[in-house]
Design a binder for this molecule. Structure first.
Ligand code: NAI
Length: 344
């Protein structure tokens, strides 16, 4: 089985080479992203492997379909970059639903602690033998309230971590999981979460419903000094509204591992370039904003699990025509699709 692998980074190859060799899957690595201009590179391959910032729109889907490429193996959980409805009947879209919720949840807490204890400032100061503590005062997490939007795999792990810190949790999910409610965890409506949270962390997928869930209206409802954490998808937050709320001192700090317009910037070294995106440049310039470039997933364990599941998905789909991690165009797994429409 030959698979065209797009948007390759050096850290992708060892695990994919290892699991691919074990299961007879040969990867051809392309550094370029998958888009309308590059889709033709997949000519002659059995499938393509794509990541979060590859573009799988109607034009790309048509090109892949015309070339007889029928399998799109996403090596990630989110699939907002794929036109799922258009892909229906043309492409089998596979994904890795879970690879390490701990990686993302732990990175979220790392960002929060870095921000509120000013570790990013202290690190730079001590490198310059500046041992002054002025301006480094933080606050305790113990007893604070964190609002968690999305209580799936990652949200749950993040809630457990927060419980370990003695925090209280206000949770919101479109499909609440009652088993996580307890002494310090309570499901509430979004308005209550906004009004009472000291920290808000996003762990829901990006959909039409969740697009800009943190916008000006939401931020107006928040406590003064609220800390916003986004390790989920950039467009959950209206970046201009966030910037305005930071400038007005409504938002006390923001930690962003994802950004709405990240696709041309994140994962690449842009240090020699003039940043065209004024909103991102201004956000990064703020002392109370920490930006990492979609790094939350990046642990040894996650990379290994991603490669293992992606290879298994490809072998199952191409070998037997079925894979439990195939996505239904409605967003769930084909296993959950009761009316069989995904197989039309
Ligand atoms: P999951 O599918 O286990 O959980 C998502 C939760 O969001 C579910 O409980 C679902 O009911 C809930 N949800 C769906 N629609 C909602 C809505 N309208 N409002 C509130 N909640 C809603 O997903 P998982 O594995 O926890 O991942 C969460 C997100 O994290 C992914 O969608 C992805 O965007 C992001 N992610 C980010 C990574 C990074 O490196 N920064 C890596 C992996 C995932």
């Amino acid at each position: 089985m030959k698979i065209a692998f797009f948007d390759t980074k050096p850290y992708d190859r060892p695990s994919f080479d290892r699991y691919g060799a074990e299961h007879g899957v040969e990867f051809k690595y392309f550094e370029t992203k998958l888009n309308e201009d590059t889709a033709e590179l997949a000519h002659g391959f059995d499938g393509v492997c794509a990541f979060v910032n590859d573009t799988v729109n109607d034009k790309v889907i048509d090109k892949l379909y015309e070339m007889g490429v029928s399998v799109l193996a996403l090596r990630c959980a989110g699939f907002n970059n794929v036109d799922m409805k258009y892909a229906h009947g043309k492409l089998h879209v596979l994904r890795v639903p879970a690879y390490s919720p701990y990686a993302v949840a732990e990175h979220t807490m790392a960002l929060l602690l870095t921000s509120i204890r000013r570790i990013h400032k202290a690190y730079i100061r001590s490198k310059d033998f500046n041992f002054s503590l002025s301006g480094l005062t933080g606050f305790d997490l113990y007893g604070k309230t964190v609002g968690v939007i999305g209580t799936g795999r990652i949200g749950r792990v993040f809630i457990d971590i927060c419980k370990g810190f003695g925090m209280n949790i206000l949770a919101y999910d479109k499909f609440p999981a009652k088993d996580i409610e307890g002494e310090r965890v309570r499901y509430v409506e979004l308005d209550e979460l906004f009004a009472n949270s000291d920290i808000i962390s996003l762990h829901c997928p990006l959909t039409d419903e969740t697009h800009h869930v943190i916008d000006r209206t939401a931020l107006d409802k928040c406590k003064k000094g609220v800390v916003i954490l986004n390790t989920s998808r950039g467009a959950l937050v209206d970046a201009d509204a966030l910037l305005a709320a930071i400038k007005s001192r409504k938002v006390g700090a923001a930690c962003l591992d994802v950004y709405e317009e990240e696709s041309d910037l994140f994962f690449e070294d842009n240090s020699g370039h003039i940043l065209e995106d004024d909103t991102l440049a201004r956000l990064i310039s703020m002392p109370n904003v920490i930006v990492t470039s979609h790094q939350a997933f990046l642990t040894e364990e996650a990379l290994s699990n991603i490669a293992q599941t992606t290879v298994k998905n490809i072998v199952q789909m191409i070998g037997s025509g079925q894979c439990p991690n195939e996505l239904c165009y409605r967003g769930g797994s084909t296993e959950d699709c009761k009316d069989g429409k995904c197989f039309e």
